[in-house]
Design a protein around this ligand. Structure first.
Ligand code: KG4
Ligand code: ZN
Length: 337
């Protein structure tokens, strides 16, 4: 089955054709980064307007590059949740219109599950595994037992990991997008020049939860308090020390979850998994098979949407035309006992 994937949940306008949930025939990502740069963050109104202007040519480019005519597409998969509603609606409405026009089924998929699906496009993976999703909007440690089955073990109690990267970068004017800028700048700094806090949430229901607002406050408002001796307050030193702390907060919970669940396989996804330090720490985990996507499949793309969508469509599961976009997914909250 050849599935056309469409992704417009945030600031990437993307389309892709994937065969049988595995073979990526095209993967077009038109990024809006340059147009949000002057605001140091994604402006929702601008994002949705640009998606409206770009979507048609992005989809056309994806089909042309795949060599597959729309008439032989078997179905369409589109991100319907979570994300910026105005942006999601552009992709979703386009997908519905196209599905009607070519008389093929379409399925609205969950962006987060799609991030965890991305590594399947490059590797053969079997369930269950510890799913680690780290993006700009989510930080989730989970037990994944199927393409649409995920039990959330831990999540952030405040900011998402990527959000902390973006906020710190914005405050110190380190560059945009924040995550990549901090990653690059960290290479020039000493990660031990500041000893930022790693909050303890180890008790009861919060065993695998993370918190990033304390780290953000420390880096932004209490820098001197955490300075190691006479370390210089350079941007590179701040970036490197922040990155070390941000990755350590996550890795501590990941290690705990691996130990407690006994899971021997870890699959990670989401934009922050493009981070060089996080990648090397995940790959260095002992006695665990770690599978992470290549850089291009970490950040938002439509190949992961088409790949995941295939598993619904091949089972005859399709969405109704009444499906709406949702900014949030309530099931990403933990199930408390
Ligand atoms: O998955 P994604 O593209 O979009 C969401 O679904 O949120 O993730 C975007 C996030 C942003 O917060 C961005 O700063 C972060 O991923 N990011 C990184 C790196 N590349 C992207 N964070 C740290 N290091 C990077 N190299
Ligand atoms: Zn994403």
């Amino acid at each position: 089955m050849k599935i056309l994937g469409i992704e417009t949940s945030c600031d990437e306008c993307a389309a892709s054709v994937v065969e049988d949930g595995k073979h990526v025939l095209s993967n077009i990502v038109a990024t809006q980064i340059e147009l949000h740069k002057m605001y140091n963050g994604v402006v929702p109104e601008i994002a949705s307007r640009l998606h409206t202007e770009w979507i048609r040519s992005v989809v056309k480019e994806a089909t042309t590059e795949s060599g597959i005519d729309l008439s032989v597409i078997d179905g369409i998969a589109v991100t319907s949740r979570p994300g910026l509603v105005g942006s999601l609606l552009v992709g979703l409405s386009f997908a519905k219109g196209l599905a009607l026009a070519i008389n093929k089924p379409y399925i609205g998929v969950n962006h987060i599950m799609a991030h965890l699906y991305a590594p399947y496009l490059e590797h053969d993976i079997s369930y269950p595994y510890l799913g680690v999703l780290v993006s700009g909007g989510h930080t989730i440690i989970s037990r994944v037992t199927g393409f649409n089955e995920m039990e959330v073990l831990g999540t952030t109690i405040d900011d998402a990991c990527g959000e902390a990267f973006d906020k710190v970068a914005k405050f110190y004017d380190l560059g945009y997008p924040g995550g990549i800028a901090i990653d690059r700048l960290s290479n020039e700094g000493d990660p031990k020049s500041f000893n930022f806090p790693n909050p303890s949430l180890h008790k009861g229901d919060h065993r695998y939860d993370v918190s990033y607002s304390g780290l953000k406050t420390a880096v932004v408002n209490q820098l001197d308090q955490f300075r190691n001796g006479n370390s210089e307050k350079t941007k590179a030193n701040i970036a490197a020390s922040f990155q070390r702390a941000a990755v350590s907060i996550l890795m501590k919970r990941v290690k705990l979850a691996l130990k407690d669940t006994g899971l021997k396989r870890l699959v990670a996804g989401g934009g922050v998994v493009a981070n060089s330090l996080l990648r090397s720490e995940l790959l260095d985990l002992e006695n665990v098979e770690t599978i992470i996507p290549s850089m291009a499949l970490c950040t938002d793309n439509a190949a992961m949407i088409a790949g995941l969508g295939f598993h619904y469509l091949e089972k005859g599961i399709a969405s109704e035309y009444s499906l709406n976009a949702s900014a949030r997914v309530p099931s990403f909250r933990k199930k408390y006992p």
